[in-house]
Design a protein around this ligand. Structure first.
Ligand code: HEC
Length: 182
């Protein structure tokens, strides 16, 4: 009996330690949120502020091309269409990726981010197109923020950009045009 109580106590203590550890991890990890990792359920994800400079700094800091994955089953430098580059490289964060992998059946979760690099036919970098889904940011357009940066990281378009919104609203699912081939 005592033995069992002791065991029970030990299990409870262990559970408390694990919980505490998980809580600390969340607190410690999330501010520098590693978007390659799907955050634990209920964790508050701290993303950059919604300014052109804040978003650009964030993308540089996390080094998305290294820490995120390229769009599944599309080669790097795949062909694009107007108004985007002739050749594209597209990366998505860990929040978006499982849904893209699964074939996009609805909206991507909030905090999803996509960065598309636009290149000329000669593989010269022309610009970056970014989409970022933020809770309550843009209810009329499924909460998407749109941004376009020049090769130097200076924003050319940012926020609730009419032209981007209009065309992306016509995508088959959830404002996303690109599909992952099977
Ligand atoms: C006339 C239609 C059109 C407009 C305007 C447009 N896009 Fe796109 N976008 C597309 C298409 C089509 C794709 C798929 C790739 C391709 O064919 O170039 C795409 C792909 C993307 C992607 C990759 C995710 C996805 O939906 O496939 C991002 C990010 C993106 N666009 C951002 C933007 C931003 C930011 C703007 C505005 C500055 C913008 N787009 C304006 C049609 C458009």
């Amino acid at each position: 009996m005592i033995n069992r109580m002791l065991q029970g106590g030990a299990v409870a203590a262990l559970a408390a330690v694990v919980l505490l550890w998980a809580a600390c991890e969340v607190e410690r990890e999330i501010p520098e949120h590693d978007p390659a990792v799907v955050p634990p359920p209920g964790a508050e994800v701290v993303l950059p502020d919604t300014t052109p400079e804040g978003l650009w700094r964030y993308l540089e800091e996390i080094d998305y091309a290294d820490s995120w994955s390229h769009w599944p089953r599309l080669p790097e430098f795949y062909p694009g269409t107007e108004p985007h580059g002739q050749l594209l490289r597209t990366y998505a964060n860990g929040i978006a990726m499982p849904h893209i992998e699964a074939g996009l059946t609805g909206d991507l979760p909030h905090s999803s981010m996509i960065v598309k690099e636009n290149y000329t036919e000669g593989r010269e970098l022309d610009s970056y197109s970014v989409m970022w889904r933020i809770e309550e940011y843009n209810p009329e357009h499924r909460d998407w923020l749109f941004a376009k940066y020049g090769p130097d990281g200076v924003a050319e378009e940012f926020g609730r950009v009419e032209s981007c919104q209009e065309c992306h609203a016509g995508a088959e699912t959830g404002y996303i045009h690109t599909r992952a081939p099977r």
